[in-house]
Ligand binder design. Structure first.
Ligand code: SF4
Ligand code: F3S
Length: 104
């Protein structure tokens, strides 16, 4: 499965949702997540993200993101249409510590 990782937080460009063939992106206030049981591992969303936030879960260090994506995909509503990025997306892109800042 693919997972949305930290750099989506505070940016939420949403280009990813337009290309997903199974509509498995879910939307929170500050980030999106992928439902790991619905993702068919096609990989088409990965290059679409301007913030480079989508990764295969086979990369090292992805465990916390698999857990994060699973948890919130079961709580947040599905998103299938692109919308405007968050107002501070450009500023937040690449910023460190966004997980702590937004989710603690
Ligand atoms: Fe959707 Fe494919 Fe991305 Fe999985 S890898 S979230 S199925 S576009
Ligand atoms: Fe987030 Fe990238 Fe999609 S910033 S909303 S994963 S296009």
């Amino acid at each position: 499965t693919y997972v949305v990782t930290e750099n989506c937080i505070g940016c939420k460009y949403t280009d990813c949702v337009e290309v997903c063939p199974v509509d498995c992106f879910y939307e929170g206030e500050n980030t999106l997540v992928i439902h790991p049981d619905e993702c068919i591992d096609c990989g088409v969303c990965e290059p679409e993200c301007p913030a480079d936030a989508i990764r295969p879960d086979t990369e090292p260090g992805m465990e916390q993101w698999v857990e994060f994506n699973r948890k919130f995909s079961e709580q947040w509503p599905v998103i299938v249409t692109k919308k405007d990025p968050l107002p501070e997306a450009e500023e937040r892109d690449g910023e460190e510590g966004k997980m702590e800042k937004y989710f603690s």
